[in-house]
Ligand binder design. Structure first.
Ligand code: H2U
Ligand code: ZN
Length: 338
């Protein structure tokens, strides 16, 4: 048997059925590449130039109301539009295109410009969870919408346009690639073994504990065995539920709690407001039960070894297979230690 703390090896992601190359012996190599600028310093509670702050005008000229909790609006530069007619173009399977109706929204978490999930009050974060549930239901009920993707880009390094706490929701007719891959794997697993892949995975992670970073009564946060990003984590519902509207009131509080604790841990790791992309994966809203899905979230943070040194997915990773140096176990231990 090889030693996965030292020997180069591959790990399998059963959710996407893709492999990641792990090269733990490389962690000591010197870094002379790009160093990112330190993130901008302290933000004000209100910024007159922010297009998300209450009362301010957005790029299209619409003025935000004087909102006091969460605030949702249709994205002024939406990637998807609801009226798009459903149609398909196929020429020999080589020129294949489908029109894509959809709707994009922006959700402000709080009127306060300088908050993040890590430093919001649990009761206020709970309101964000409630807003996600409302939006999932409202958008999902639309006949042209079959999937509701809730995601957050946090920090300039991840392309977020604004530090004001917010997330986006892109809801679409088609099932997005990542969700499609996961759905195929979850279905395949269930057919072969009669169980839920993520129920089994969560059970094993909780029993071993090596990669568990946070847990509460309803959720656990783990660095997945097959993580690609250095400090990637997954937040997994303990109970087999397929989407957020199935959460009980207590579980909604628990989701707010685990998100706050996980992001606070990230911030403490390199002493910086930690950048990441975060998103839910849950069942499609196409009118069928899809109880093969198991509610979870993915955190994909780019940072590798400090607030300024990030990981790039380039070269071998673009052309062959993603690769990491530090092991998932080591990353989880680092996150648990802060
Ligand atoms: P980020 O999550 O990457 O920060 O994006 C914020 C979204 O806000 C982005 O999709 C939208 C952009 O289109 N936006 C508006 O809808 N109105 C504005 O006035 C500026 C930005
Ligand atoms: Zn603002």
């Amino acid at each position: 048997m090889f030693d996965w703390t030292k020997d180069p090896h591959r790990r399998f992601n059963p959710l996407t059925r893709e492999w990641v190359l792990v090269s733990p012996h490389r962690t000591l190599r010197p870094w002379q590449g790009q160093v990112e600028e330190e993130a901008v310093a302290v933000q004000p509670e209100y910024d007159a130039n922010c297009y998300l702050c209450p009362g301010n005008a957005r790029a299209g000229g619409v003025r935000n109301p004087a909102y006091s909790a969460t605030f949702v609006f249709d994205n002024d530069f939406a990637a998807l539009k609801p009226g798009t007619p459903v149609d398909r173009y196929d020429r020999d399977g080589l020129f294949l295109a489908e029109s894509e109706p959809g709707l994009c929204r922006v959700v402000c978490f709080s009127p306060r410009h300088n908050l993040t999930m890590a430093n919001m009050e649990p009761a206020d974060l709970r309101k964000v969870v409630d807003t996600w549930v409302e939006q999932y239901l409202e958008l999902g009920e639309r006949p042209e919408i079959n999937y509701v993707q809730i995601f957050e880009n946090r920090g300039a390094m991840m392309g977020a346009s604004n530090p004001h706490p917010h997330c986006q929701i892109w809801s679409s007719h088609a099932l997005p690639n990542e969700v499609f891959k996961e759905q195929e794997s979850l279905l395949g697993w269930r057919e072969q073994r009669g169980t839920c892949l993520l129920c089994e995975y969560a059970r094993l992670e909780l029993a071993g504990g090596e990669r568990v970073v946070e847990e509460n009564a309803a959720f656990l946060t783990v660095v997945p065995f097959w993580a690609v990003w250095p400090f990637e984590t997954m937040v997994i519902a303990r109970r087999h539920i397929s989407s957020i509207e199935q959460l009980t009131g207590e579980e909604r509080d628990a989701l707010a709690d685990i998100l706050k604790r996980t992001t606070a841990r990230y911030d403490r790791l390199f002493n910086v407001s930690f950048p990441y992309s975060l998103g839910f994966h849950q069942r499609p809203t196409d009118g069928t039960p899809h109880d093969e899905h198991h509610l979870h979230l993915h955190f994909y943070p780019p940072l590798l070894r400090s607030a300024t040194v990030r990981k790039f997915l380039v070269g071998y990773e673009m052309l062959a297979t993603p690769q990491r140096d530090i092991t998932a176990e080591w990353a989880a231990a680092r996150l648990r230690a802060v």
